[in-house]
Structures are given as C-alpha cells and as structure tokens.
Design a protein around this ligand. Structure first.
Ligand code: B3K
Ligand code: ZN
Length: 902
C-alpha cells in the first residue's frame, strides 16, 4: 500500500546485487554556482553475479539531464524518470557518457554539490552523489575515479578532489583546471570535491614503510591560526593506527577541509575529509577543553575510516554499523590512549576510565532512550524509509559497544587477529556485519553464532542479579537472568533469544580490597576481575573459597551495553564509591546513589510533597571531594548529577518539571552542605600560566568550573558572582570564560539577584567574539540552555534571539546552537506545561523542512519520546506532532513523525 504521502520502505531482506558494475569513472566539472555542468564517463559491464536486465537504471535527483552517448555515439534510448535515468538497448560492456547540470547555489539541503561562504563543497554519504550525476549510487558499486575541475581562477583558486593531483593549468579567459586521480576503488558516497578561496597548514611526515606523506588542513584565510590542533590530531591518528592495528596511510596526500555549513560532524571522503568547522578550528581563546578533545576524536574517527569504511566498505546501508560502530570503537580507544599517555600506571588508568565514563554517559542518555522509543532498531536495521535517519546512536554508539565486546571476549590480541583476518579477506570489498563477525570468530577458533543477536535484536538488555553467600561452605552463588528493559512494540518484535554477554565482575571484601576469584571447578584463583560468558536466559556462577561475604562489583568497565538490576543499599553504594578498584564502577556507584535519590525526590515533587535529602548523599559527595587520590577529572564526573533527560527517562511517567525541581533541589543542597569544600576545590584547581589542553589541566578546569556551578546556585550567590566575574575578565581561554558566563547566568536565574553582571558579561562576550561564528554559537547555546526563572522566560529569549542579526536557520550549526539547544537540552523549559515549547518546535521543524530535511528530521526527533510524558504534556505534544505531520514535505521528517505517531 503506497501512495505519494507514504514513502516506500526499503528492506534488508530485499537486497539484490547490482545488475551492472562500474569499473572507472571520469568526471569533468564546469563549476559555476548557478549552474554546474557535469560530464560523467563510465565504463560499465554486466555483473556476472546478478540476474540480467534489459535496462540500466541509474539513480538521479534534482538534476537537469543534458545528453547521453554510448561508446562514443549519441544514445537515444534514455528516459528520465522520477528516480533517475533508464538506459536501454545496451551491450554487455560499454562506455557511457552522461552530461547533466545541477544548481549548487540554490542547494540548501547541503547534500550533493553546494555553495558555502562562496566556495564549493560536496557531501555524498549516504545518497548525495545522485544529486551530482546519474549513477549506480550504492556502496557495493566500487570504481576508480579521475576528476577534472574547471573554474574561475580568481573566485576559486584552490581546486581539490580525492587522491593525487596529477595535472593543473590555465585555461585562458581567467579560468583554470586541476585533475585528480584516486588510485583506490571506492563507492560513490566517498567522492568529494572542494573549490574556492582557501588556505592551508601543511606538514610532511614519514609513515611506517618510510614513505613521505603530505598532510594538509584547508580553511578560510582568517581561520589559519586555528588549525594546529587538528593537524597534530591527524599526525597522532596516523601514528596510532600503525601502532595499534598495523594500518598505514595508503595515499601520498591526506587533506582535511573545514566548512561552516555542514549537516553533521565530518565526512571521511577518500583522501579529502570534509569537516564541520566545529571539529577543526581551535585555539585557546575560542575553543573549550571539550572542543579540543572532540576535534581529536573526530579527526581520528574520519582518519580511521580510511581502513574501516573506505578500504573495506559496506555492501548496503543496513550494514552501516560495520563501518560506524567499528570506527567509533577505534576513535574511543584512540582518545583513551591519548589521554592516558603511553605509560601504563594508575594515572593513565584513571584517564582511560574518565573517557569510558564519558562514552557510557552518552550511550545511556541517548541510545538507551532511542532503544525504548518509536525509532528503536537493531544495530543492523531491518528497514528504513530514509537512510539519513539511521545515522543513529544505536548504529554508532551501541554498534561501538558491540565491537568492544569482541575485544572483551577475545582479548586485545584476539581482537587484533580478527582485524588482521578481516582486512586479509576483504580489502577492496563491500561486505556485511556477518563478514566481520566471521573474521573475528575464525581468527580465534570461536563459534560466535549467538553473538549475531547483538546485531538483530533491538532494545536494551536488562540483567537481574541475585547473590547468595553460604558462610559454611564459603561458596558465593550469583544467578544472572537476562531479558529486555522496557521496549517499544517494534523492538520487542526483534527479540528472539538470549544474548552472549561478556559480564565482567569482581568481589570486594570488608576491607575494600578485591578478593581472589575462583570459579567452581578451578584449582587456583585467577585474578580479581573476571569476564563471565553469560549465554543463557538464566545462568548460575559459583565462586568457591570465598573467605567472607563479599560485595559484588558488577559489569566492571561497563562490559556490555545493558542495564543491571541489583538491590544495593545506600551504604553499599557509598562503600563502592569509596573502594571499588574498578574506576568505572566507582563512578557508577555514585550515579546509582544519586539517581535513586533524585527519582524519589522527583516523585515527591510531582505530588507536590516536601523535599528532603538523605545525608548519605551529601557525605558520599564530601568523601569524593576529600579524596586526594582521585584525579580532578574523575572527581568532576563523580560529582556531576545525572542529567534531567536521563532521569526523566527512568520514570514510569516522565515529568520534566518534577525532575527539574528535584535536581535543582539536590544541587542547592550540595552547594550549601559542601559550601567550604567547593570554595577550597575552586582555589586548589586553578591553572595559572599559559593554557595547555592537556588532560591534567583540562581535568582541573573541569572540577574548578563544576565547583563554580554549584556555588552559583547558593541562595546567596554573591561570592560565586565575584569569582565568576573575576574569572570571566581574567580568562585566557574559552573553557574558563564560558564557564564563568554560564555561572553568572545561573546565579542570575534565582530571581532575587540583580542580573546586570550577567547581562553585561553576555554583551561583552558577543562583542569580543563577533567575528568568530563558532563562539557566537556558544553564545546562543548558553542562552538557550539557561535555567528559567520568575523573571526569565527562556522561550521568549529564544524567540527574540531568532531576530538577532547573527541568527540564521540556514546554517546548521547556528540552528543547532539556538533551537536544538532549547528543544533538546533544556527539558524543563521545552516541556513547559502550556505547550509553548512544542508549538515552537513544530514551527521550526516545518521551517527547516523546507530548506534542509536532514537537519529538520534531527530536530523532529526531540519529541519522539512524547508518549512517555504526563497526560497533559502528551496531549499538547500530540497536537504539535499532528501539526507537523499535516505540513511536512520531506521523506526524512515524515518517517520520524509517522513513527512517533505510530
Ligand atoms: N560517515 C559520515 C556520516 C554521514 C552522514 C550522512 N547523513 C561521518 C562519520 O560517521 O564519520
Ligand atoms: Zn563514521
């Protein structure tokens, strides 16, 4: 049943190999913003592995067809249709040349060829290449490309494409050309070109084989002073991939280009990575510590794709996690190694743990929510309407956890053997998640058939743990049961049976030390942390010779993407927070304790009952603050309360106002109860002198600024305002300056405080950074995420900011900084009881839908959890969703709202 308003569903089960293969592609571009003409000459042949067809169906969108020649002669049997071009009357192997035109200056979707800041850029993944030329635009068609770019020399002095520059020169009448050749076969989604007025930072380096490589970071001229960190990150990535995986850069030249209009973070086009400026540009004055580490992570991620994604690519888009889950895992390991330094030891373990905690927080906040909602899907989805909607937390972050589990099960060496076999078997191919799993299994002589369920079942697994200690026999028996956490209908339909779960644990004695672990049947104890292979629906593990009743430390280092239920008392959690040798679980204990209290308080708040806080929570926090053996970065994470979004998600019926009230209440209690300690921590963690983006200094700044954030919530925030103003004025870096501004805004939100200091700082900030778009994004975001107050209606502020001359919906970073920040990161304001936030959301989704469906669809997702909210909110959200459904045009947004409405 399909009509024009119900777009077609694409199913994994329907995969068929392409009827034709393309061996070579020669592209010639005549780059003109209003109308670019593209001449595309392909060598095609019938695919011996596919059923023969009479016509060749090429995909094409938003293009003007000009002409076609077959083997050098004009070919009349060509028909333009709604999906592209049908070519009939064709031999088994032939050369086809197609001329077409597109309109880059009018392209606001930022997919295909478009203009940003007067320069040309492309974005082809997933299906943008078909907006540039008619093609078999699917990842299992891999070809070698030669690209010739012709353009005006003054307006577009720099002409870049994939691979190596083989020729360039003048064309006369002010025009010039460049010809690029990419020696590696690639799918069309990795094609890229850039043309314009850009400058570069460049560096040469020798890779493992002794070959010299040219590395370049291309930006607009005024940004050249913000490129060193990206270059350093690239060098580190290249070195790391050789060291850890034996993978060497295969091209003579590797380029990164920054563009300010970009739909996502960055794109791994072969040899020509195109990046959102946000993930390239940084200097201490404009970028925060978080920006510095994000840049390192994204540069690493895109570089690592060169092997995991580009050399071995995906057979079809259902296999997206094959490259994304694996590459996220690789970038997480890279960042952990970079933070830890090369030396093994206690400090590096802590640094590794803080990275792990950061990653798990994102997974639990975002992916678990996705898995419980209407967009729930397996790591390898079964169907989609618009593939761009499936670049999700599940495919990326849960996918990365799935890859991490291979390493946990097989060990680092075993994982490396699997990777080696994967490349040995599949270099140059387009393959599936099953191929990856088979390589891991075969390289290690393991049967990983059951592990396949991690790819095919949606929803978050839930493990219940029961423990029994028998003092007489000194046996400790753990019974683990697996099932699924609350899941949508769609998720439940995929759930077929138990998973193979690597379950890491330790047992802690009364003195806080780990006990030796000996499983029933073993002769000797083996270590103090064990990975159990949990494969049955219910399974019992018996530890013997356990001298005393232990406290279990479960799922150490978060060894699987699951929820663990175990009935800890508050005392036990405080004990784990103080003693667990596993830093991840130490943090986890604090989070469990805080979450439990916050949820109980939210419940009371929703009933209008009085709020009080268990002193145990305050003293547990005090212990963390007093513990000098902990690193500041770890302390910061342990002292941060779970986010409002995460808490709301844990409630049977989400009540954002109650969660907000509870969280503000606890923050204030912690601010008051630990007032002197916050002040002492603030002083002790200053980082005087020149700014350094090292993990140590960043950790100190993070803890200091968290202390400031607590202090700004005191009933009398006078001292916090003094500290924040002084910090704002004296800051030599963006981390401190923006944290100070944020503290001033928080202090001003209580209603009793004069807001002139905050207002003055806000306008100073704007003037100082007026010419730095990425900093102005922060200025918008800070205001959109600020706490509301009696005199501060944040939605009104946001609406007013939309009238600001610096605001535009067309630039995705700017739209995200103001609109997404409000709808996605200010839950108490967004879910206002009067529905005003939802009405605003609907207006913006519809407005964005008309210019950029991909960005609109992302915004649309901020309301997908609507059924979880209180009845009054649900009703308002439903109306807003219906409103959008009645107006929306794109396939992207339609898929999201239809799934949300169910
Ligand atoms: N592969 C790209 C994402 C493309 C998104 C298309 N809608 C960036 C990355 O994951 O590295
Ligand atoms: Zn990626």
């Amino acid at each position: 049943m399909s009509n024009s308003t119900t777009p077609a569903v694409i199913r994994r089960a329907d995969y068929t190999p392409p009827a034709f293969l393309i061996d070579t592609v020669a592209l010639e571009f005549n780059l003109v913003p209003e109308r670019t003409v593209v001449r595309n000459t392909m060598r095609l042949r019938r695919n011996p592995d596919a059923a023969p067809t009479a016509t060749l169906e090429l995909m094409g969108e938003q293009m003007e067809f000009i002409s076609a020649t077959l083997d050098g002669r004009p070919h009349a049997d060509v028909h333009v249709n709604e999906n592209g071009l049908s070519v009939s009357n064709i031999p088994d192997a032939f050369e086809l040349t197609i001329e077409s035109a597109c309109k880059p200056a009018e392209n606001t979707t930022l997919s295909g060829l478009y203009v940003s800041g007067g320069n040309f850029f492309t974005q082809c993944e997933a299906e943008g290449f078909r907006r540039i030329t008619y093609f078999l635009d699917r990842p299992d068609v891999m070809a070698t490309y030669t690209v010739t770019l012709r353009a005006d020399k003054t307006a577009y002095p720099v002409l870049l494409s994939n691979g190596n520059l083989i020729e360039e020169g003048d064309l006369g009448d002010g025009r010039h050309f460049a010809r690029w050749e990419d020696p590696f076969k690639k799918p069309s989604y990795l094609f890229a070109l850039v043309a314009g007025k850009l400058v570069k930072l460049e560096q040469r380096m020798k890779t493992g084989s002794g070959k010299e490589k040219l590395l370049q970071v291309w930006v607009e001229p005024h940004d050249l002073d913000k490129t060193q960190h990206a270059m350093d990150s690239l060098v580190h990535s290249i070195e790391w991939d050789e060291r850890r995986f034996g993978l060497e850069l295969d091209l003579d030249r590797f380029m990164i280009v920054a563009v300010s209009d970009f739909n996502m973070g960055a794109m791994e086009n072969k040899g020509l990575n195109i990046f959102n400026t946000k993930y390239v540009l940084a200097n201490p004055e404009t970028a925060t510590d978080v920006d510095f580490s994000n840049i390192e992570a994204v540069v690493g991620h895109e570089y690592f794709h060169n092997w995991t994604g580009n050399r071995v690519t995906c057979r079809d888009w259902f296999q997206l996690s094959l490259k994304e889950g694996l590459t996220v895992f690789r970038d997480q390991e890279f960042s952990a190694d970079m933070a830890a330094g090369l030396e093994p030891g206690a400090a590096s373990d802590a640094a590794r743990a803080t990275k792990r905690i950061d990653d798990v927080r994102v997974l639990r906040q975002m992916q678990f929510a996705e898995d419980a909602g209407p967009m729930a899907h397996p790591v390898r989805p079964e169907s989609y309407v618009e593939i761009n909607n499936f670049y999700t937390m599940t495919v990326y972050e849960k996918g990365s956890e799935v890859v991490r589990m291979y390493q946990t099960l097989l060990g680092r060496d075993g994982f490396r053997r699997g990777m080696d076999l994967y490349f040995q078997r599949h270099d140059g191919q387009a393959v599936t998640c099953d191929d990856f799993r088979h390589a891991m299994a075969d390289a290690n002589g393991r049967d990983l058939a059951q592990f396949e369920r991690w790819y095919s079942q949606a929803g978050t697994p839930r493990i219940t743990v029961r423990a029994r200690y028998d003092a007489a026999t000194k046996r400790y028996v753990l019974t683990l049961t697996q099932g699924y956490a609350e899941a949508s209908e769609a998720a439940r339909a995929t759930q077929k049976g138990p998973l193979l779960i690597p379950f890491s644990l330790g047992l802690i004695g009364k003195n806080g030390a780990d006990l030796p672990l000996k499983l029933d049947g073993e002769k000797e104890p083996q270590g103090t942390t064990r990975v159990l292979e949990f494969t049955e629906q219910e399974q019992t593990f018996t530890f013997t010779d356990v001298a005393e009743e232990p406290l279990p430390s479960l799922l150490r280092n978060f060894s699987a993407p699951v929820v663990v239920d175990y009935d800890y008392t508050n005392e036990q959690l405080a004990f784990l927070l103080a003693h667990d040798s596993d830093p991840f679980n130490r943090w986890e204990a604090g989070q469990r304790l805080a979450t439990r209290e916050l949820l109980a308080l939210a419940d009371r708040a929703s009933k209008g009952e009085e709020l009080t806080l268990d002193d145990q929570v305050v003293s547990a926090f005090a212990q963390v603050l007093d513990n000098t053996t902990l690193t500041p970065a770890f302390q910061e994470l342990a002292l941060m309360l779970p986010s409002e979004g995460y808490l709301a998600e844990q409630m049977a019926v989400s009540d954002p106002a109650a969660v907000h009230a509870a969280r503000v209440f606890v923050s204030r209690r912690l601010a008051t109860g630990l007032h002197d300690r916050w002040l002492a921590v603030y002083e002790a963690n200053r980082t005087p002198g020149e700014y350094r983006a090292t993990p140590d200094d960043a950790g100190k700044r993070g803890l200091k600024n968290l202390a400031l954030a607590y202090l700004s919530q005191l009933d009398d925030p006078t001292r916090a305002i003094e500290l924040a103003s002084a910090q704002y004025d004296a800051a030599n870096n963006m981390t401190d300056r923006s944290a100070a501004l944020s503290a001033l805004l928080t202090a001003g939100a209580s209603g009793s405080v004069d807001t002139t200091v905050a207002d003055a700082a806000l306008s100073d900030f704007y003037q100082r950074f007026e010419s730095e778009p990425l900093v102005i994004d922060k200025w918008f975001a800070l205001q959109a995420t600020q706490r509301g107050g009696p005199k501060r209606n944040v939605l009104e502020i946001v609406r007013k900011l939309m009238q600001h001359p610096a605001f535009t919906l067309k630039n995705p970073n700017r739209a995200r900084s103001l609109i997404f920040s409000f709808c996605g990161a200010n839950p108490a304001q967004f879910h206002a009881a009067d529905g005003s936030g939802y009405a605003f959301w609907a207006e913006q989704v519809v407005a964005l839908d008309a210019m950029n469906p991909q960005v609109a669809a992302r915004l649309a997702r901020t309301l997908e959890q609507w059924r979880r909210y209180t009845p009054a909110l649900r009703e308002q959200a439903h109306a807003a969703l219906e409103e959008v459904a009645s107006k929306v045009k794109s396939r992207d947004v339609r898929e999201i709202v239809e799934k949300a409405l169910g």
